[in-house]
Design a protein around this ligand. Structure first.
Ligand code: XMP
Length: 326
């Protein structure tokens, strides 16, 4: 489709000035397209949906209705950051949906990775649909589609792609970033005033921590994962590795091992740490984390995260492993 091909005349957006020109032009186009109608957006807090939100807020203010679904599988502090940045700082019309119990109840006992993804994706659409039905006067659906999504049109965004909505909720699409590459989206996001922690966020899968809490998700293991992941991110920040390593995260498998703490035997979970570099996520190499950092991470995680008695570092490149464990 010709309207899905980036115009050859389009300059790459590499500077704040070019981002400013793109923003001005998009605001003009969006205002013309949207008029006095309302636009709905599923705001996950990822880079793309955040930049779309900030752009639409700039263009049409509170005519944009953002829905943030907290499915309980986000990283520590993320739902709070979405509310802080968009509702408090940008005065967005933001609906925050606490769907944690719903998702975790639906996921109870589900251990197959692809089934977990399907359950999360289907429940996401259901929650979003319920919210959309409560609103009057929505004419458009905004999406954080970027150019690689169009080029690859792979399954990567399945969870965010709310194209699975029923017929009567298929609004006209607004995709202002659809010709941008990721680095350009970041430049635009910065120019729109989004914080670095959002703009330079590492890739995070749609099913979130759900595919890193291996096997059937339990609340206690999910909490251990969230805490361990937060410690890993904190230490990567402190070591200056954040923004340099493509993706780094924790995984908590569904198994226990024997340990000892305060002279008593424990039977707790291990935390697996993973840090990889890649260009296109098709192959990946392992980041050679300095040993002192690994020791520090191990000491902190085993001391601070309840239910964890070991820390392992995954040395497997892709292939033979995938980046995620599930
Ligand atoms: P794998 O594990 O296949 O991951 O080597 C490649 C990249 O894709 C991300 N990933 C996902 N992203 N939904 C997503 O939105 C998913 O279900 C999903 N599974 C993997 C992964 O984090 C990595 O960046």
């Amino acid at each position: 489709m010709s309207n899905n091909v980036r115009p050859e005349s389009m300059e790459r957006i590499t500077t704040p000035a070019l981002a400013g020109a793109f923003i001005d032009e998009q605001c003009r186009v969006l205002r013309e397209q949207i008029g006095d109608k309302q636009v709905l957006l599923a705001l996950s807090g990822g880079v793309d949906s955040s930049v779309v939100a900030a752009l639409l807020i700039r263009a049409v203010g509170r005519q944009l209705v953002c829905v943030h679904v907290n499915h309980g599988l986000l990283r520590k502090g993320e739902p709070e950051q979405v509310v802080r940045v968009f509702r408090d700082q940008m005065n967005a019309n933001l609906i925050y949906v606490d769907a944690v119990d719903r998702f975790l109840d639906k996921l109870a006992g589900v251990f197959d990775p692809e089934t977990k993804r399907k359950v999360i994706g289907a429940e996401f659409i259901r929650v979003f649909e319920e919210q959309a039905r409560k609103l009057d006067g929505i004419a458009f659906l905004a999406q954080g589609t970027i150019y690689p999504d169009i080029l690859e049109s792979g399954p990567v965004k399945a969870h965010h792609n709310v194209g699975g909505l029923p017929e009567d909720l298929r609004f006209e699409l607004v995709e202002p970033l659809k010709f941008l590459f990721k680095d350009e989206v970041r430049v635009v996001g910065k120019a729109l005033g989004l914080p670095d922690s959002m703009v330079y966020r590492q890739p995070f899968p749609g099913p979130g921590l759900g595919v890193r809490c291996l096997g059937a998700i339990t609340r206690d293991r999910l909490e251990a994962l969230r805490e361990a992941d937060a410690i890993l991110r904190e230490e990567f920040d402190a070591a200056g590795l954040a923004g340099k390593v493509w993706q780094y995260f924790a995984v908590v498998p569904d198994m226990r091992s024997t340990g000892v703490r305060d002279g008593k035997r424990t039977f707790d979970w291990p935390v697996i740490l993973r840090a990889v570099n890649t260009r296109d996520a098709m192959t990946a190499t392992v980041e050679e984390i300095p040993w002192p950092l690994l020791h520090k991470l191990t000491a902190r995680i085993t001391a601070e995260v309840p239910g964890v008695n070991r820390v392992l570092y995954d040395l497997t490149p892709k292939p033979s492993g995938t980046i995620e464990w599930e």
